[in-house]
Design a protein around this ligand. Structure first.
Ligand code: BTN
Length: 258
């Protein structure tokens, strides 16, 4: 048997995929710095639409806003999806919302637990953060990185906001099975979105954990406080600062929820 070109590359992953195109090109690594970094490099080499890069461990997993994403081996899912979206550029930011809804639905089916979504793109369960989505674009490509806490039975105090599927259900999950389910839900959601379906917006709104909450948000170097009424059809957060005065926040970080 030939030695693999890259000993970090594993081909023996047992993933029972029932997708048509998403993950048909699946690259699985024992350890990467960040699956998003790796997939952005693949995008430069024009890797196929629907390529999925999965790592058992990340040494420099990245979250939004230059945060690191805690990525110990075996307990979490860390993967990135490469798409060349066949839709206008101005709609690409909605792919994060589409991804969040599809991931929430897949996890709800798997666990029977209700999932929440926190703007812009966190997946929450029982009031704690279960996962996050980091979407980056490069030329004609979009890389969607998803990190989910699956079998963690403990988080140190610095991760006091975090939870895992195990902590929610007291059950252990096979990562391969969770990933295969996620990819099937994601493929259906992307196909619908690419065909102009907007139902993900109402699905997102149903799970909006910030609805009617008072929040403090950082946008650039500005800090704003107000009441969340909803998200608009472009995915911006609608914040009511004074009676009848609403603002659409396109990007930002929620610092405090009251
Ligand atoms: C966030 O909530 O801040 C987003 C977290 C995204 C983490 C995932 S893990 C897989 C992919 N690779 C990365 O380096 N980041 C994303």
């Amino acid at each position: 048997m030939k030695a693999p070109l890259d000993s970090n590359f594993e081909t023996t992953v047992d993933l029972k995929l029932s997708t048509q195109w998403l993950g048909k090109n699946l690259l699985f690594y024992r350890c990467l710095d960040s699956t998003n970094n790796f997939t952005l490099k693949l995008a430069r080499k024009k890797a196929p639409h629907g390529t999925v890069v999965w790592a058992r461990e990340q040494t420099a997993g990245r979250g939004r806003g230059n945060k690191t994403w805690y990525s110990p081996p075996g307990t979490g899912l860390y993967f990135s999806i490469l798409l060349y979206p066949p839709v206008p550029l101005f709609t690409w930011p909605l792919l994060s919302l589409v991804t969040g809804v599809a991931a929430a639905k897949a996890l709800e089916n798997k666990t029977g637990e209700a999932m929440g979504l926190k703007w812009p793109n966190d997946i929450w369960g029982h009031g704690h953060k279960l996962g996050g989505i980091l979407t980056e674009s490069q030329g004609q490509a979009v890389v969607i990185g998803i990190g989910l806490n699956i079998n963690h039975d403990f988080f140190s105090p610095e991760f006091c906001q975090a939870t895992s599927l195990f902590l929610l259900t007291q059950k252990h999950f096979v990562l391969e099975e969770v990933l295969a389910d996620l990819l099937l839900h994601l493929e259906r959601a992307y196909d619908a979105f690419f065909q102009g379906d907007k139902s993900f917006l109402s699905e997102w709104r149903k799970r909006n954990i910030l609805k009617n909450k008072k929040v403090t948000i950082r946008t650039g170097d500005k800090i704003t406080t107000g009441w969340v009424s909803d998200i608009d059809d472009q995915g911006a957060l609608i914040l009511e600062k004074a009676k009848g005065k609403t603002y659409a926040i396109v990007s930002g970080e929620v610092l405090k929820i009251e």
